[in-house]
Ligand binder design. Structure first.
Ligand code: ADP
Ligand code: MG
Length: 245
């Protein structure tokens, strides 16, 4: 059984259709990269998955069970099964690094502070920030802040992590330290959705690449299929453009 299955998923902003009939499935531990021109619906798809935008039609199943995106209790449970990290890190500026990572487990899951803190320390160690527990976000570089944001997303022990252009706001020399953290997650067997312009990295880590345009999946396949032998004209055009850079 796939871990995640989308069938004919549609989403709208008001009257405007933004996702039209998206269908695909994902096995546990896959790294799914969404690529495509700006405005093609990549972020919208991630927002729908985590429950920030209700689907207009179609279904999403996790472990075979359809998610009712209109049920508040279901949505709350979903928030700890799937975590999203954005381009802008959105850390709480008035809280230490450690507090940023422990707040959701304590407030959302009712974990004991000592337990939340022990796990947060482990996570921050893993992302290379074990020595910054008491720093405030504005004392950190962009790459460090993004690594805190990733640790924070992992604090609720999600089954699936969605990473939306997490390196796009970083200075080039800081991109690799964040990609290294994503490599660690991938090696751990975490299921990851990855939206990024880092095509070399997409190619290296993805089990599947999904090319989107105008709210549709145009083509999907292994990195080699999509980058070396795209079948659809839209994909060919996109790939030839990005590979020229
Ligand atoms: P991508 O992440 O691939 O660049 P998005 O999912 O952000 O694309 O956007 C898909 C389409 O939805 C675009 O046409 C965009 O203008 C539109 N859109 C995105 N966010 C909103 C919003 N909050 N309200 C209305 N339209 C939006
Ligand atoms: Mg986007």
């Amino acid at each position: 059984m796939p871990q995640l299955e989308l069938v004919d998923l549609r989403a709208n902003y008001g009257d405007v259709a933004v996702l039209e009939r998206i269908s695909f499935s994902v096995e546990k531990g896959e790294i799914i990269s969404l690529i495509g021109p700006s405005g093609s619906g990549k972020s919208t798809l991630l927002r729908v998955l985590v429950g920030l935008l209700p689907p207009a039609a179609g279904s999403i199943r996790i472990d075979g069970q359809e998610i009712d995106y209109r049920n508040k209790l279901v949505l709350r449970q979903l928030r700890s099964r799937m975590a999203i990290v954005f381009q802008q890190f959105n850390l709480f500026q008035n809280m230490t690094v450690l507090a940023n990572v422990t707040i959701a487990p304590i407030k959302v899951k009712g974990q004991a502070p000592a337990e939340a803190e022990a796990y947060a320390r482990q996570l921050l160690d893993r992302v290379g920030l074990g020595n910054k527990l008491n720093a405030y976000p504005d004392q950190l570089s962009g790459g460090q802040q993004q690594r805190v944001a990733i640790a924070r997303a992992l604090a609720l022990k999600p089954e699936i992590v969605l990473l939306d252009e997490v390196t796009s706001a970083l200075d080039p020399e800081l991109v690799n330290e964040v990609l290294d953290v994503i490599r660690l997650l991938a090696a751990d067997g975490m299921t990851i959705f990855f939206v990024s312009h880092e095509m070399a990295f997409v190619r290296e880590v993805s089990s599947k690449v999904i090319f989107m345009a105008d709210g549709n999946v145009v083509e999907s396949g292994t990195p080699a299929q999509i980058f070396d032998a795209p079948q659809q004209p839209r994909t060919q055009e996109f790939v030839s453009k990005i590979l020229r850079h």
